[in-house]
Design a protein. Structure first.
Length: 320
């Protein structure tokens, strides 16, 4: 079956400026195996939710930049080891540096949006608002990936955004106690959607390990840049927790990046809503947080929209 990434996108991602002097990168096929893509997405998001709960707890003791730097320092050797075990050092080769750095920058922005969100907001609320990400992905897929989205899925996207407005409550966002903080998860959802689009394009030629390593370097360096703002000394408990989160996050992103080899972005993105269940459980067990009725209603609308998009895509896939 022809690769969808063979089609021209609205904004083609640039290749490496040194591509002529560097050895050619062997193309990595993007197959159509939606079951594998969905399974990898579900597994990756489950690990990420547990990691998010740990980082929310750590945010009370550590500056965000310091946490990202230390976590990245542990993650980089783990990624290299993972690459060596799964395909050798050649899997760390990178061909499209500009596109890789674009993805890394998007992950950096999303990381800061997220960690400042969970520092001040309940974990389940942040995850629920983050469900706008798949809606943004579905809306952007036709323009950047050439994936067809019909009027039914466009309707689901619009209804889903109505649910997002219900959760965010724009008027309360600027008049409530937390003010604009409640908009941070929505900003994170936007950057996450663009990241997913870039990831899908990269998977046509780039390796999972190489992509993950570049992204981790970007996040780690962004954390180091905050050192002049003031860091705090680390004890053994905090260091061990950061080491654990680095391994968890690297493993989760390895699964999520690999998922885009087997399924379209518009298909696998809706399955991330499973995060809400785990976020609600962790939030209640660790902090006693219970989502309010408005948040749950908005989340239900967004989840329903995502489920419809998945159902519609599945039916269309059977006709092809």
């Amino acid at each position: 079956m022809p690769d969808r990434d063979d089609r021209p996108s609205a904004i083609p991602l640039p290749s490496s400026p040194t591509a002529q002097s560097a050895p050619p990168v062997r193309p990595v096929s993007v197959s159509t195996a939606p079951g594998k893509g969905i399974g990898l997405t579900v597994g990756g998001t489950a690990i990420i939710t547990f990691n998010d709960a740990i980082m929310k707890w750590l945010s009370a003791f550590l500056p965000v930049g310091e946490a990202l730097f230390v976590r990245g320092g542990f993650a980089i050797p783990f990624i290299c080891l993972l690459a060596c075990l799964t395909g050798g050092w050649r899997t760390l080769r990178v061909g499209r540096w500009k596109a890789q750095l674009l993805r890394g920058s998007l992950v950096v922005a999303g990381s800061y949006f997220f960690f400042y969100s969970v520092k001040y907001l309940p974990l389940a609320d942040v995850v629920a608002i983050g469900f706008a990400g798949p809606l943004f992905t579905t809306a952007l897929a036709p323009f950047f990936l050439g994936e067809r989205v019909g009027w039914r899925r466009w309707s689901a996207v619009l209804i889903g955004f109505g649910g997002v407005l219900l959760m965010v409550r724009p008027q309360a966002a600027f008049t409530g106690e937390l003010g604009w903080i409640v908009l941070l998860p929505l900003c994170g959802a936007c950057t996450g959607a663009v990241r997913d689009i870039v990831t899908r394009k990269l998977m046509a030629t780039e390796t999972t390990s190489g992509t993950l390593l570049v992204t981790t370097f970007c996040v780690t360096l962004s954390g180091l840049a905050t050192w002049p703002l003031g860091w705090v000394p680390l004890d053994s408990q905090l260091t061990l927790l950061l080491a654990a989160t680095s391994i968890l996050l690297a493993s989760a992103h390895f699964l999520l990046i690999t998922a885009y080899r087997f399924a379209e972005a518009a298909l696998i993105a809706p399955f991330r809503f499973i995060n809400l269940l785990w976020a609600a459980i962790f939030g209640y067990l660790f902090w006693g947080d219970v989502p309010n009725a408005t948040m749950l209603a908005g989340a239900a609308v967004v989840i329903g929209s995502n489920l419809f998009i998945w159902h519609r895509e599945t039916r269309l896939a059977k006709r092809r």
